[in-house]
Write a protein that binds this ligand. Sequence first.
Ligand code: MRU
Length: 358
Amino acid sequence: MPKLTPDEKQPGMTSLEPIEWSQGAIRLLDQTRLPWEEVFLELRTPQEVVQAIREMRVRGAPAIGVTAAYGMALAAGSLGKGGRASLLVSLRAASREMAAARPTAVNLRWAVERMMRAAEKVAPDGDMGASLLAEAQLVHRETLESDLRMAALGALLIQPGSTVLTHCNTGALATGGYGTALGVIRRAWEEGRVKGVVATETRPWLQGARLTTWELTRLGIPFTLIVDSAAGYLMSRGSVQCAIVGADRIAANGDVANKIGTCSLAMLARENGIPFYVAAPFSTVDMSTASGEDIPIEERPSEEVTHIRGTPTALEGTPVRNFAFDVTPSRYIGAIITDRGVVRAPYEESLRRLVGSG
Ligand code: MRU
């Protein structure tokens, strides 16, 4: 069982610790094994961290960022005592490898760049390993704090009595904290605003079916699981009052890259007059990317589409495109909930106002 710790924000409840630093290693809840098995991995080298991120043993943009930050601490700890310049060169190489593990989630790049800036500030006779561990722990703590701010702000957007649709998994598993979109839903549930949740299955990796339902069950929040293609029908029947998702990268104009299928949900929500919200920490906003067209979209192995848990569902050799993410144009997004505030269109201006306000 994952270690359960008292939840300050919700006395009497316990919270999930999917990422922890423990005795010189990263203790990581393996998300590929959920919901059937709750198995923790112990990562001791930066190479193991890169592999865990690539294989999606940890996934979700902020959770990848937190893990990579600890990964940089592992890299610093393993470098020994060489001269400062050579330590920084080796760390830079580790940071590049880590950042390339998954290309779309900008939190990964953000976290390793922050760790590099911290490394550059360590005094020549300072302890690089200890300093980077302290910085990684700060990244982790700040992730939880920003999740809680988003939850408080976002919950106010949900009308009492709503059934809320969400996609992929955006809870504690996806951030190592409280969650982004699912954190908002969780807080709104505690405030009595949410009647229930509709979770999309999220083909092909089934983050909704496997992970979101697992988290909602632990939290005692009522939910219904649907196949991705059922969302439009449910919306047209009036069974959904609001949709809320996370983000892997938000461009300066408010276009949002998120789990494949998000763009279709946003269009369906617009057609059915349902508000569509995005919740993401400001570290997911990439002001250096002008629009969604400039966001690199990860493509993953074809077996994720042609097989389900090792069982083929298509003929061998079937040609496949397996885009992990899509881009939702900002015109479909009613509001973006960040830890620095809730912003609305025109996003170019409203996001720019948040720069430097953290
Ligand atoms: O491929 P994944 O599972 O890492 O994709 C995750 C998502 O798309 C989430 O919606 C996003 O990272 C925001 S989660 C806090």
